[in-house]
Design a protein around this ligand. Sequence first.
Ligand SMILES: *Cc1c(COP(=O)(O)O)cnc(C)c1O
Length: 387
Amino acid sequence: MRKIQMVDLKGQYEKIKDRVDKSLHEVVESTAFINGPEVHQFQKELEDYLGVKHVIPCANGTDALQIAMMGLGLKPGDEVITADFTFAATVEVIALLGLTPVLVDVDPIDFNIDVDEIRKAITPRTRAIVPVHLFGLSAKMDEIMALAKEHNLYVIEDNAQGIGATYTSGDGSKTKTGAIGHVASTSFFPSKNLGCYGDGGAIFTNDDDLAHTIRGIVNHGMYVRYHHDVVGVNSRLDSMQAAVLRAKLPHLDDYNNSRRDAARKYTSAFRGIENIVTPTGYCDAENSICDTCDCHVFHQYTLRVLNVDRDALVQHLNEQGIPCGVYYPIPLHLQKAYADERYNEANFKVTNQLVKEVVSLPMHTELDDEQIDFITKTVINFVNNNA
Ligand SMILES: *Cc1c(COP(=O)(O)O)cnc(C)c1O
C-alpha cells in the first residue's frame, strides 16, 4: 500500500507537471513577477468559473477577509457575527479591525453556523454576518440572506474551504458558494481545494462599487497612481502563484469529484456502524452522502465519534500510519485572545461537544481504494473495541 498522507500535493503535481513547469518558467523569463498577465488571466478565469462579476486577487485568505470588511466600511464598535467552530482567521480579522466579534454556536448536523443563534445574537449594533462554508459544505445561505435583508446586514462568505461547492437554493437555482453574499473571501493556501504553491487569496463580489473600492484598498488605497484616497494595505497575488492556479483551475471540478468519491467510499464503509456519525450534505435526509448532488466539496471529511476517547483514536490511527486531524480542538470563544465575559457557556453546547468528538480523515485527490479500505477498517475496529 502507498504511504497514506493527509494531503498529497506531490501526487497531484506529477499529473500537471508539464503545464506547471512551463508556466512557471515563462513567468521567470518574462520577469513580470507582480501584476503580470497571469494574474489578470487567472482573475478572469475564476470570475467565469464562479459566475461572479469581480474577483480581486490578494495575498492570502486572511487578508481577503480583512479587506472585504474594510471595503464594506465597517467601523470600530460594529458587531460582526460568526461561528464559534471555525479556523481563527475569521474572528482574528474582526478583532484586528477593532470590530466586535460575536461568536455563535453551530448546527451539529452540518457543523455550520446556526441560523437561529444568529437571529438571537442580532443587536442594533450588528452590521455583518460571516458564514464559513466549513469543511466544504455551504452554510444555509437562503436563511442567512433573508435574515440579513430583514435586519439590513452585510453577508461576508468565508469560502476558504468551499471553493467549487454549489449551493442549491429553495427555488432550485444553483449558485457557487462565494457568489451569494455581498462579498466573499477565499484562500489558495496549498492544502485548500484550489491551492497554489505558496500563499494566495481572493475577494469576490457582484457589486461594481465595492469591487472598485477593494481594488484600491489592496493597493495602498490608490485609485490614481500615488494618490492615496483611503488607508489601504499591500496585498497581492504574485504571478508565479497565479500561473500555478491557472494550471489547476481547469481541474478543480475533477479534484472536487475525486474528493467526493473518496467521501462516498468512506461513508458507505461507515454506514450502520454504531458510534460513528458521518458528515452530511443538505440534499440528503438520510445522513449519508447524496450520489447525484454537487453541494459538498469535502475540504475535510470529518467524523464525529461517540462514546470513545477521540484522542486515543487519533493516537491509534497515527500509530497505524494513518495521519488525521482535529479541526478544531478548542472553540473560539474559549481561546485566550477571543474570550469575552459576555459569553455564556450554555450558548455553546454544540461547539463544546464537537471539539471532543471530531476527527478528520485523510482527504485529497489521490486516495486509492486500498488506502480507504485500510483507514475505514482501522477506525471501525477501534471504535467497536473501545466504545
Ligand atoms: C485557511 C482558512 C483561512 C485563511 O486562509 P490563509 O490563506 O491561510 O490566510 C480563513 N478561513 C478559513 C475558514 C480557512 O480555512
